[in-house]
Write a protein that binds this ligand. Structure first.
Ligand code: ADP
Ligand code: MG
Length: 688
């Protein structure tokens, strides 16, 4: 009986209950699910070479004749070999199978086979271990471009490939083509059936590209359609209406003049907030570009119309610092700023909450504690989140839903996000970019040094302190953590700070802050550094975001290769926050050329966006955020570093479609609507 799209995988040949259970681990329970399990790579097994010509150390297909009866030897318990000689017209090789004794009964003396595997040894002493072997006239996995699937224990690549082959043969005609016909025509995309067949078993790499283009487009099309709908949901609704107010009046209370970019961001937000609709705006700006005051101006504008604002930061430390910075920026205009974190308890908390409910607090700053029960605003009009990529779309929605009505939302991101990613993660937001630094900012000179320059580096640290400045020294891990195999020990903050204090800088004051300290201790250490009571601050990445000590002019980052580029750039942004010349020293003994290239990119530029693009190319999107964190459906085929062009095409196509049919309610769009709904099942408000 032919299989159906939703047949259980057990119905495939070779898959019994045990294997089905293992496949379940990959989330594969039906034939259709298996077909949607796209290869992660391909092996070119088309070209057959001779034993002589095959390249040593590389995989090859070799056509040869079994020239002797396979010998079975028993080396020790758990290790059995089958070994025999294979010949072709010109030379021979030894083929060995480990612990696959059944091979002896499958291969026959004098018959020809295709052997695919890694070729070892020079001509004359050629060998191949555990090759894939198929009879010359019955090739399934050789002689073609072979898909390589993501696997799990007990599930082989051939098992999946075999199941997929059978599934395609039986079910391909049941595959609906979800892309609207006119979209497919306009963008010259292959049919779904062609794309699915070809992505698994491509006859050539050119055809694979055609298939992939279709699948990537489709994936990005449905994603864009969903995001466009989410955005439409918001723009369509009424928001807390703010009366226009003279922003100049607010600017005059500030200790500095706003940059042009800051003003543009404030004005764009003000236009949103006074429009009667709901603002959904991302303010993106490199570290130190001055996003806080933009947030303050918006809170001020909201307050002029009696609306309260909330600002949510990812950590207590940051929330505290924001409150401290915002207090003077708003206090001078007579606004009240409150701070609510997990550690505000008992009576203080009660008082704060009652003030909040009475409308006596204009801006409440906090961590996700702002989302907890019992936090009731009187008239919440604006929600600002900082470092958004650490919150997800869903958390953003949760906060927005808190008040029952939809407040304005402003998202501040200090991590410059490559354009492609921003289009996806923030596809539902308007974007302001602060692309100008406050005056007086200088480039941070960045150097990459190896262990051999450690003493010089210490000398440089001392010099900064002698000139009256302070220095951060950042390490990747809290506990001693010997790297497997390398014999290299990560600089653990605790021991490192002891060594610095006792042996290297006994005359200086060394502070320590890391994520495993109690909040009170952390705060104390940060405060001491900020007051200039400690000269050096040894830290983990807890200082990554927000911490602002103008007198710090040097940041040393140990084991710099352990960090992502964007993270290093963030860290580096902790210095250079005043007129003083500032430096960053990356210490790394890593000799890997790619790693060095990565770190050198950081030495070459101070432009966060350029660095982010580089990071995306080198390490992929996973490093910017975990899939789950941003709350969007995972991408299976699209590569965000490479597929910018296709993303834009797909986005344009999705917008065109939604312009014509905003709710996808036309009968011919029913399937598109279903697809979008299932993609965004975690965002139930996409269709209301
Ligand atoms: P970030 O964008 O990293 O959040 P901040 O808002 O913390 O940046 O601003 C960094 C520093 O620059 C703060 O000390 C702030 O007071 C200062 N600053 C912001 N805008 C200006 C400006 N227009 N002129 C001078 N200093 C500014
Ligand atoms: Mg900030």
């Amino acid at each position: 009986m032919p299989l159906r799209w939703d047949s259980p995988v057990e119905e495939l040949p070779g898959i019994g209950p045990a294997r089905a259970k293992r496949l379940q681990k990959l989330g594969l329970s039906t034939v259709g699910g298996l077909l949607a399990w796209f290869p992660r790579d391909y092996e070119d097994r088309r070209k057959v070479s001779t034993i002589q010509d095959a390249k040593e150390g590389e995989p090859a297909c070799i056509q040869g004749l079994v020239a002797e009866q396979p010998r079975h030897s028993f080396v020790r318990k758990g290790l059995e070999l089958i070994r025999f000689r294979v010949v072709d017209a010109a030379s021979s090789m030894t083929v060995t199978f480990f612990n696959q004794t059944y091979i002896k009964d499958v291969l026959h003396l004098g018959m020809e086979y295709i052997f695919y595997g890694q070729v070892e040894g020079p001509p004359g002493r050629r060998q191949m271990n555990n090759p894939v072997v198929e009879p010359l006239d019955k090739q399934r996995f050789t002689g073609r471009i072979m898909p390589v699937y993501p696997l799990t224990a007990g599930i082989s690549n051939h098992l999946i490939a075999g199941g997929v082959r059978r599934g395609l043969d039986d079910c391909l005609d049941q595959l609906p083509d979800l892309l609207p016909e006119d979209v497919r025509k306009e963008h010259q995309l292959a049919s779904a059936a062609y794309a699915w067949e070809t992505v698994h078993f491509p006859p050539s790499f050119e055809e694979l590209e055609v298939a992939r283009r279709r699948l990537v487009f489709e994936e990005l099309f449905f994603l864009s359609a969903g995001l466009t709908m989410l955005r439409g949901r918001r723009t369509g609704t009424h928001g807390p209406k703010c009366e226009p107010a003279a922003l100049e009046d607010y600017y005059e209370t500030l200790p500095f003049a706003l940059t042009g970019a800051q003003k543009r961001a404030v004005e764009a937000a003000a236009a949103d907030m006074t429009s009667g609709g709901v603002m959904n705006r991302l303010v993106q700006g490199d570290v130190g570009s001055g996003k806080t005051v933009v947030a303050a101006a918006c809170a001020w504008l909201a307050a002029q119309s009696g609306w309260q604002s909330a600002l949510m930061a990812p950590t207590e430390l940051l929330a505290g610092q924001h409150a401290q910075t915002l207090e003077p920026l708003l206090g001078r205009s007579g606004l009240t700023v409150g701070l609510l974190t997990g550690s505000v308890k008992g009576k203080a908390r009660k008082t704060l909450l009652s003030q909040l409910a009475a409308g006596e607090i204009d801006l409440l700053v906090g961590t996700h504690a702002l989302l907890s029960e019992g936090v009731e605003f009187c008239r919440l009009g604006l929600v600002i989140t900082d470092e958004q990529h650490r919150f997800g779309v869903n958390q953003r929605a949760a906060l927005a839903e808190r008040s029952g009505e939809k407040p304005h939302v402003m998202v501040m991101s200090a991590t410059p996000i490559p354009r492609t990613l921003a289009l996806i993660i923030y596809g539902d937001l308007e974007v302001s970019v602060i692309d100008e630094r406050p005056p007086g900012r200088q480039e941070i000179d960045t150097f990459l040094v190896g262990e051999d320059k450690r003493q010089r580096m210490y000398g440089f640290v001392r010099k900064q302190v002698e000139e009256g400045h302070q220095v951060y020294l950042v390490c990747p891990a809290v506990e001693e953590n010997p790297e497997a195999g390398t014999g290299l020990t990560l600089k653990a903050v605790t021991t490192y700070s002891q060594t610095l204090q006792n042996q290297v800088f006994p005359d200086l004051k060394v502070g320590l802050v890391h994520g495993k300290m109690k909040p009170k201790e952390k705060e104390a250490a940060m405060a001491a550094f900020s007051r200039g009571e400690t000269d050096l601050l040894v830290a983990t990445t807890v200082i990554e975001v927000g911490v602002d000590v103008a007198n710090a002019t040097l940041m040393v980052i140990e084991n710099a290769d352990r960090f992502g580029l964007s993270q290093l750039h963030q860290l580096r942004g902790r210095v250079g926050r005043s007129g003083h010349k500032s430096y960053c020293v990356l210490v790394s003994g890593n000799r890997n050329p790619e790693t060095r290239q990565r770190l050198k990119a950081l030495c070459a530029t101070n432009d966060g966006f350029q660095i982010a693009e580089e990071d995306l190319k080198l390490r992929g999107p996973g490093d910017f955020f975990g899939q789950r964190q941003h709350g969007l459906p995972p991408l299976r085929v699209a590569d965000l570093a490479e597929d910018v062009q296709l993303l834009q095409e797909a986005q344009a196509a999705a917008r065109t479609l939604l312009k014509a049919d905003p709710e996808l309610s036309a009968p011919e769009h029913r399937e598109v609507r279903e697809r979008v709904r299932s993609l965004f099942e975690n965002n139930p408000d996409i269709f209301n």
